[in-house]
Design a protein around this ligand. Structure first.
Ligand code: AMP
Length: 435
């Protein structure tokens, strides 16, 4: 199947061709015709599936009849609104919108918090057909009357589960109350909690349910490894694993901003090119760190869940859960950072003795026991001495023994395609695709 088969216009096909995409991803193949037909969509899809183009391309096409080159703001009413949980995701989606709308006379902009609101006003005042925004900042603009929502006929909620986790539900309700009731609504979520289901029931009209595995899932290889490690030994184990696996690019997840900051400093002291990305950093700092990570100047990115949300990093080979997330859904989001775009990926979790509860919650969510594997290169017996700051002894690293094979997470699943199974697991039966 080609993009042309999906009924996209030449302007969009040209922009897509320039990106070098040869064929649509599964979510694009499924979502584009449905969105073009004007239907609501409820999609189980993570970052990495190509979902952004899956909703952006057909939206741009639906906006086209009204597209014009007039300089008058009145001729450019806001017609499509894309809500995202984080600044980073808003920025990435807005970039995609710019790329795909390159040959269309449509205007778009982005609005997120953490930066001066005044810098966002000129573009909004000039008039945009499409706005990508985080909920809080959007409401600030609504209050300042720099955004009017009464002509929006397409609403996208991207990473809706994360928006709810972040407490945006009241903001979302308020925003939706300002939109015309006659509109098209698309909801994308990596997981399907009862709250998401409720949101969908309330705001979507007979949605087409779309459920996909991540891009190139057949080639995809995500290996899940769980090591049990005493809390005080976690840092030395992490340092050992970075060296043992010769990690050139890894995201290490911590549960708190303070923990992420501390760990990145300690790793930097240990000689690793490590930086932290979390909510206490300014937007500018976060974007700079991300750019350095993408360039390879920063090799270890220590992140909180919120800061890492929606990051699009190609070919990320390793993800480490330094701390086990308190919300089991975050585990799914975290491991979804690796093994993308057909590359191999390994997600390593370091489980402390005090984290068995969180692990149990994850096991309950994924309905499977997670097997513990010995730390590769360590002697099987835990070393009796050594504080977290102790250097990694060469004796501990000498055996070079590979990790034990990891059992698949779910019954009947190959460990190479966990994401596919995860998407299916989170969909309640009435949302399972029947076709
Ligand atoms: P997303 O899931 O929207 O974050 O997209 C993940 C990555 O896939 C992005 O880097 C896109 O540029 C890329 N991508 C999207 N669609 C395609 C496609 N049809 N073929 C190849 N790459 C794609």
């Amino acid at each position: 199947m080609s993009f042309a088969d999906l009924g996209l216009t030449p302007e969009l096909l040209r922009a897509v061709a320039e990106q070098g995409y040869s064929e649509p991803t599964p979510i694009q193949a499924q979502a584009i015709p449905v969105v073009l037909a004007g239907r609501d969509v409820l999609a189980a899809a993570q970052t990495g599936t190509g979902k952004t183009a899956g909703f952006t391309l057909p939206i741009l096409q639906r906006l086209q009849p009204g597209a014009n080159n007039s300089p008058s703001p009145a001729r450019h009413p806001l017609r499509a609104l894309i809500l995202t949980p984080t600044r980073e995701l808003a920025d990435q989606v807005a970039d995609s919108v710019k790329v795909y709308s390159k040959y269309l006379p449509l205007r778009s902009t982005v609005a997120f918090g953490g930066v001066n609101i005044d810098s966002q006003i000129p573009a909004l005042r000039a008039g945009v057909e499409l706005l990508v925004a985080t909920p809080g900042r959007l409401l600030d603009h609504v209050q300042q009357k720099t955004v009017v929502l009464n002509r929006v006929d397409i609403l996208v909620m991207d990473e809706a589960d994360r928006m709810l986790d972040m407490g945006f539900l009241p903001d979302i309700r308020r925003i939706i109350s300002l939109l015309p009731p006659e509109r098209q609504t698309l909801l994308f979520s990596a997981t399907f909690s009862p709250e998401i289901k409720k949101l969908a029931d309330q705001f979507l009209r007979s949605p087409q349910v779309i459920e996909v595995a991540r891009r190139n899932s057949t080639n995809e290889q995500v290996t899940l490894v769980v090591h049990q490690v005493d809390g005080f030994r976690k840092r030395s184990t992490l340092a050992h694993l970075i060296r043992h696996h010769q990690m050139q690019q890894v995201i290490v997840f911590c549960n708190t901003r303070q923990g992420a900051e501390r760990l990145s400093r300690e790793l930097a002291r240990d000689g690793f090119a490590a930086e932290a990305i979390h909510g206490d950093k300014t937007q500018q700092q976060r974007l700079e760190t991300l750019a350095q990570f993408k360039e390879g100047k920063v090799k270890v990115l220590v992140a909180t869940d919120v800061a890492a949300r929606g990051l699009d990093i190609e070919d990320l080979p390793f993800v480490v859960n330094y701390e086990i997330p308190n919300t089991p859904e975050d585990f799914v989001h975290r491991i979804g950072r690796t093994g993308r775009a057909g590359a191999t990926g390994t997600a390593i979790s370091l489980v402390g003795d005090d984290e068995t509860k969180q692990l149990a919650a994850i096991e309950k969510l994924v309905k499977k026991t997670l097997e513990l594997a010995p730390v590769p290169g360590y002697a099987t017996a835990r070393p009796a001495t050594g504080a977290s700051s102790a250097p990694i002894g060469s004796a501990l690293m000498s055996s070079g023994r590979a990790a034990e094979p990891v059992r698949p997470l779910y019954p009947g699943m190959s460990p190479r395609q966990p994401e596919q199974q995860i998407a299916a697991l989170f969909l309640p039966p009435r949302y399972q695709r029947t076709s």
